[in-house]
Design a protein around this ligand. Sequence first.
Ligand SMILES: Cc1ncc(COP(=O)(O)O)c(C=O)c1O
Length: 434
Amino acid sequence: MAKYDLPGPRSAELLQMSQKYEGGATSRQQPFVWDTAQGCIITDVDGNEYIDWTSGVLVTNVGHCHPKHVEAIQKQVARLLCPYDFPTPERVTLAKRMVEITPDPLDACFMLTTGSEATEAAMRIAKRFTGNHEIISFYGGFHGRTVGAMSAAGKTGTKKQYGPVLTGHIQSPYAYCYRCPFDLTPDTCDFKCLRFLDNVVETSSTGQLAAAIVEPYQGGAGFIFPPEGWLKQLEAWCQEHEVLFILDEVQSSFGRTGKMFYAEHEDLHPNFMCIGKGIGSGMPTACLMTEKRIMEVFEPGELSSTTGGNPVSCAAAHAVLDIFEEEGLVENSAKIGEYMLGRLKKLEHESKYLGDARGRGLVMGLEFVADKETKEPSKEITWQVVEECAREGLCVGVVGFYGNVIRVAPPLVITEDLAEKSCDIMEKVVKGLE
Ligand SMILES: Cc1ncc(COP(=O)(O)O)c(C=O)c1O
């Protein structure tokens, strides 16, 4: 295939318009503008096609414009749109389905619109239920951009220069093993970073801990996966200290890691599970799973969200759940993910610049460095890879604590053929850096 000359004329025009009228508020731009997408293939406004390794922002888990998803949304739009105060069959039956598929003790589902709303609601409810106000979160963590969520962020980029964030947030190191803050290795560290939480609490807490919030893997920080057992040990710590355990599965749920929910990998039983992104597969949909005994502290009307649980979002989520069941997407995520990680790990060993390839299911991170010895992060190389991939017909995005991690997160409907083709492109581009 001939390389694309990017940006094409229509993309160039729209990118310029975006700079002029959108004020640069969105992420750094790819050299093309999306027009349509089907399954795992994006077509830009100049007619060029790309294999999608982003799923938007890990959103379109059932593939772009899945016919069943589209049909459910279209039908519901024409039937009923109404706000939160009034239950609808779509909302109530979705809550039932969510309670049935999430782990114990989660037996209540509060529908919302965005992931940030779900994490905010979890922290808010935890404070109300315990009467305490302190929240533990982790270095590198990302839970959204509203003020409460931002206060729990462990990345300066999320809160830099926004003045004082909420008080009562306490932070402890996450298991970023490629760049261990204690210079240890996971085989011998005995989870030093997690044990350090005791020091953090001892020195920083006023003794009024309400909850700990954690991502099962850190997405925004660069797809950082803690070693097996780390989350279970954190859960045990929370139980021992009577601290509510909030698992932020906004990104990791809905099959992304080869299980419906990440909690299943480690038999986790959180008090709250925040869910977003993949549940609506593109329709703004989120929910907070929690316990009825916790929700009971509220008076009616104390919690609300105008468009939370609107019938169109709920119909979309029902279709997503049906598609998961009918098409075995969780299994596909595990199977294709294993193949892709194998290819990318091999590439890591062969490349001077790919410092670490890591992941689980269909979510992986490729961390690029200028030098493998010093592990100096390289944004330049990362963006060189992004742009060259685009010219070769592969759409990837960038995240990371240091802005040097390429996200590998295709829609879960990806076929073996497209997985192979897209890995071939990445291999060609990365080897071309040498
Ligand atoms: C783990 C996690 N939590 C919360 C959020 C916030 O979700 P939203 O952008 O829908 O508010 C995100 C978004 O990227 C996320 O990755």
